[in-house]
Design a binder for this molecule. Structure first.
Ligand SMILES: NC(=O)c1ccc[n+]([C@@H]2O[C@H](COP(=O)([O-])OP(=O)(O)OC[C@H]3O[C@@H](n4cnc5c(N)ncnc54)[C@H](O)[C@@H]3O)[C@@H](O)[C@H]2O)c1
Ligand SMILES: O=C(O)C[C@H](O)C(=O)O
Length: 329
């Protein structure tokens, strides 16, 4: 544990996920209850006034760990010396909008932010991309930051991981705290593959639960993979509090470690494990060891899982190709 203050830059700070994240970060839920935090709020100029309101509320929280709150509409100033970049700000997908439409809108933002982080962020920078399409945005940002180790760029699939645990708990009546070793593979999209073949659900091996193929294929997998869309349909806006919660879980475990005997799911640059091509930011089962994500290697992948993983990897590849084509043209 350290009491060295951490500088945390949150982009899209006045948006829904930003608002749902900041107070918990200030309270110590992300970096530990003994680590002071300096918050930097980055917003578009038109949302700076809203960010100022949020800063007033943060002040009114009188959080003992909160050393400062600064607001920026300039990315270079917001990222200067930052230790943690929570890249949330992006155009959210709204009702009827396809993820592909987001590629064009968002890749320029993340290329620009990656390149600025490369120049001004702290040496120990860690990045989590939440703004969609999160995996490909993270790949674009990493490619624009050649001096920062690629492993420091991650994207959020912890929300999918948490959703999978919740659905398993609901199905089996097992408390969430007794479910471990769930894995999300692939893209944060409808092609993602929530894998329970290695899970432990109470005292039951996940493979036993997965043996009910009808439930697995027609219920569990689509419910988890399309949960974001279901929430957009219901709320008229994408998930915010659960996304903020998952973002905090992701950074918390990255810094403070995954629970013993368990793992989580992280979209990170592939090292080639499980045949996933390098260069893609792909969700895999991962443990945090001494502050670094490590892929959980050596899991037996059956034919069913292989097909699902390959399908999501193919989508990631096509997203990256589409972004490269945009950059070239
Ligand atoms: N990966 C996940 O699990 C997951 C889950 C939910 C939502 N999301 C995504 O998170 C993103 C944010 O969602 P939200 O609900 O907070 O949206 P929101 O519209 O409420 O807020 C987005 C904020 O980002 C700001 N912004 C836009 N471009 C910016 C830029 N270049 N720099 C700084 N700020 C910028 C906007 O002004 C706005 O305040 C969306 O892309 C959404 O699809 C991802
Ligand atoms: O914003 C979206 O497209 C959905 C979001 O990523 C979610 O999973 O809730």
């Amino acid at each position: 544990m350290t009491s060295t203050p951490a500088t945390v830059t949150v982009t899209g700070a006045a948006g829904s996920i930003g608002y749902a994240s900041l107070f918990r970060i200030a309270a110590g839920a992300m970096l530990g209850h003994d680590r002071p935090v300096r918050l930097r709020l980055l917003e578009l100029p038109q949302a700076v006034a809203a960010a100022e309101g949020t800063a007033m509320e943060l002040e009114d929280g009188a959080f003992p760990l909160l050393e400062s709150v600064d607001i920026f509409d300039d990315a270079r100033a917001a990222f200067d010396g930052t230790d943690f970049a929570l890249l949330i700000g992006a155009r959210p997908r709204t009702k009827g909008m396809e993820r592909a439409d987001l590629l064009a809108a968002n890749s320029a933002i993340f290329a620009g932010q990656g390149s600025i982080l490369n120049e001004v962020a702290a040496d120990d920078l860690r990045v989590i991309v939440v703004g969609n399409p999160a995996n490909t945005n993270a790949a674009v940002a990493a490619a624009s930051a050649p001096d920062i180790p690629a492993e420091r760029f991650t994207a959020l699939t912890r929300l999918d991981h948490n959703r999978a645990i919740a659905q398993l708990a609901r199905r089996t009546g097992t408390p969430v705290g007794r479910i471990s070793r769930v894995s999300i593979w692939g893209n944060h999209s409808a092609t993602q593959y929530p894998d329970i073949f290695h899970a432990i659900v109470g005292d039951t091996p996940g493979a036993e639960i997965a043996a009910d193929q009808t439930w697995l294929v027609d219920d569990f997998i689509p419910t988890v993979a399309k949960r974001g869309t279901a929430i957009i349909e219901a709320r008229g806006a994408s998930s915010a509090a659960s996304a903020a919660n998952a973002t905090i879980d992701h950074v918390h475990d990255w810094v403070l470690g995954t629970p013993a005997g368990d793992w989580t799911s992280v979209a990170m640059p592939s090292n080639g494990a499980y045949g996933i091509p390098e260069g893609l930011v792909c969700s895999v089962p991962a443990r945090s060891v001494d502050g670094r994500w490590e892929v959980v290697e050596g899991l037996a992948i059956n034919e069913f899982s292989r097909g699902r993983i390959d399908a999501s990897v193919a989508e990631l590849r096509s997203e990256l190709d589409a972004v490269s084509a945009l950059t070239v043209s």
